[in-house]
Design a binder for this molecule. Structure first.
Ligand code: ADP
Ligand code: MG
Ligand code: MG
Length: 254
């Protein structure tokens, strides 16, 4: 069972006023087969954690470590992270001109599996995964992220998740900008992947609404760059009722 360990992670970004520390000692362990929700007010550093795990160059790790089965993830390139089995939904957020969804997915699968999937089997795999997400087959021929709606981007993320079968998946704000039907379909996709028991999921979200569909094993409250409370699914219910006010300095809610 693969384990992702984040140990006392401190991360800064360069701003006009100099380096600014955003993450201030994050500790978290995610094992294959577990679903963790990271919840917290806007600006608490949730996306910074996701971007840092993705290897975004803008974020500098000043101390701490991230290990996948004891191997230093922070020393890996973005590609190496993907090959090691760490999936980051925002890894390819940009448009990829001239590359269709279908070619993009096959290239990614080839990189991760170490060999090109057999074409006929692959076509079938993609078709089934798209049908499960209730995606129009024509979507596979569109260029990656070109003119994708918010909902299409999220479905494309979950399609990647289903096909690339990572060990650890980090999904940032997968619920934002989705209408109720899309939210349900995307959630069902995440649950399908999670129920395989082979993926550890780190679901980063500001809102509790996606947790109506996805039951996390662990919920962590993020505030001012670190985890300030951890619990089970009941913690999400408490956040739903009480908001984040208790966790924000001075009691102010966001
Ligand atoms: P969240 O995802 O919880 O809303 P973020 O990680 O996006 O929080 O942001 C945390 C804080 O770090 C915010 O104050 C934000 O302005 C700041 N921040 C994040 N990324 C950058 C960046 N690239 N440059 C400057 N400040 C940043
Ligand atoms: Mg510290
Ligand atoms: Mg964010």
């Amino acid at each position: 069972m693969a384990t992702l360990e984040i140990r006392d992670l401190h991360v800064s970004v360069e701003t006009e006023g100099g380096a600014r520390e955003i993450l201030r000692g994050v500790d978290l362990t995610v094992k294959q087969g577990e679903t963790h929700a990271i919840m917290g007010p806007n600006g608490s550093g949730k996306s910074t954690l996701a971007y840092t795990l993705a290897g975004h160059p803008k974020y500098t790790v000043t101390s701490g470590e991230v290990l996948l089965d004891g191997v230093d993830v922070l020393a890996m390139t973005v590609d190496e992270r993907a090959r090691a089995g760490v999936f980051l939904a925002m890894q390819y957020p940009v448009e990829v001109p001239g590359v269709s969804v279908s070619n993009f997915l096959r290239t990614a699968a080839t990189a991760i599996r170490g060999e090109a999937p057999k074409l006929r089997l692959w076509v079938k795999e993609v078709k089934e995964a798209m049908a499960a997400l209730q995606m129009d087959p024509a979507f596979a021929e569109r260029n990656v992220n070109e003119g994708f709606s918010g909902g299409e981007k999220k479905r494309h993320e979950i399609l990647q998740l289903e096909l690339l079968k990572p060990k650890i998946a980090i999904l940032d704000e997968t619920d934002s900008g989705l209408d109720v039907d899309a939210l349900r379909q995307v959630s069902e996709g995440i649950n399908r992947v999670a129920s395989s028991g082979e993926v550890g999921t780190l679901l980063v979200t500001h809102y509790t609404r996606i947790l109506k569909y996805i039951k996390p094993d662990h919920v962590h409250v993020f505030s001012a760059g670190r985890i300030v409370e951890s619990g089970g699914a009941e913690l999400a219910d408490k956040l739903e009722n009480e908001g984040y006010a208790a966790y924000v300095k001075g009691g102010a809610s966001e």
